[in-house]
Design a protein around this ligand. Sequence first.
Ligand code: SIN
Length: 482
Amino acid sequence: MTDIFSGQIFSGQTGALIGDTFTQAAQQYALTSPSSGKEIARVADCGVLEAHQALEASIAAFATWRKTTAYERSSLLRKWFNLILRDEQSIARLIALEMGKPVTEALGEVRYAASFIEWYAEEAKRVYGEVLPSQFGHKRLFATKHPVGPVYAVTPWNFPAAMATRKLGPALAAGCTVILKPAEQSPLTALKLAELWLEAGGPQGVIQVITCSDPVAVSGVFLDDPRVRKITFTGSTEVGRILTRQSAETLKRVSMELGGHAPFIVFEDADIDRAVQDVIACKFRNAGQTCVCTNRVYVQRNILEEFTAKLSVAVAALRVGDPLIASTQIGPLVDAQGLAKVKAHVADALTLGATASVGGHALEGLFFEPTVLSGVTADMLVMREETFGPVAPVIAFDSEAEVIAAANDTPFGLAAYLWTKDLARAVRVTESLEYGIIGLNDPVPSTAQAPFGGIKQSGFGREGGHWGLDEYLYVKYVSMAL
Ligand code: SIN
């Protein structure tokens, strides 16, 4: 394995991948580490010129890639999966360096990312068609599946590896080509994955990575061109809405994985110690910068005191620090804007009467203390907007009906969680929650073979499993008269 680090200095790929060449655009932008604040790389800052080059290369590559057999695509994906695992330590350090996820957690992300490639390497061979019975003796009816075409994929910084592979795996398995635009804050992981794709023998133009500091003009090139048949986006609801609107002109296939505001409901019969550990896993992974992490912890009133005390002890014990150190559990926020939002949400809650039983303050640089807020009410910002930080607001509830109404009282519908040992209640509440993903006594439900996605303002379309593959396929119906 070649190491791309010497201390905190990055010496790997920083050019955009256009065709089969990593190219430095006319300009570069400075990438800084959120933990040290220091510049770690200068990355190609692509503009419309590079976007047009990538577009033409993607269209050219699609003409041949679509004709490869599922077995060929499967075999390439499998090789890529093995290379990602070969370099897992180095990719984990890259994630920690560029966006601040603690390296041990980042290693988990790399394996999670690789699992999408493995799963879709297998699933590529299972894109079946159907033969339909006809009411006419002289007709035969077939429905077959085909790749939708070149795809524009826009991925976020919070999972720089997994959000890329969750799109690339199914798209490539289906026979689509992909132009990937990673977030401005985390382009290096995407470039490293692309490098490994080429090492696996991936043909030129099938995956391209367009890095840039200002995505508006670059995205416009792909969104305006009718030959790009699909856009897939993971990110904020606000940006998702703009991209959906822009895609309407050329009627692209659209998948949107947008924001969430996940309730985490703890009923009086739950195993309190386990529920506390699960809040830590659900809320504090990636310093709370995860679309599916909980934003509101509802606790039944008669266990509120015990639960909050235990949660406060567990949160106070979290180790905040350098994400490149293996024992660190909480790294920095990704950037100044992210930190400002966390500070504003906590200040608003404290002003409106909440108390911080632990944390509540910004630390040096982009770090914020892991925080538990008690006495939280529905009018506070933390209850309405995604905080995207290490802050757990705890709210008391009395009845099942009351907490279901509160949990559903949000424009979002991505993930919701509940803790109970009562089977009938588990079924009742699960059926009443208006969300795309439910964690029933499970704080981390995401996995490659399962559908991931939301309803309402959390978007539409699904990633993962066979649902994720269908997003990149269209159905062709053939009616044959004998
Ligand atoms: C996300 O935050 O969008 C991804 C989280 C996950 O896959 O669990």
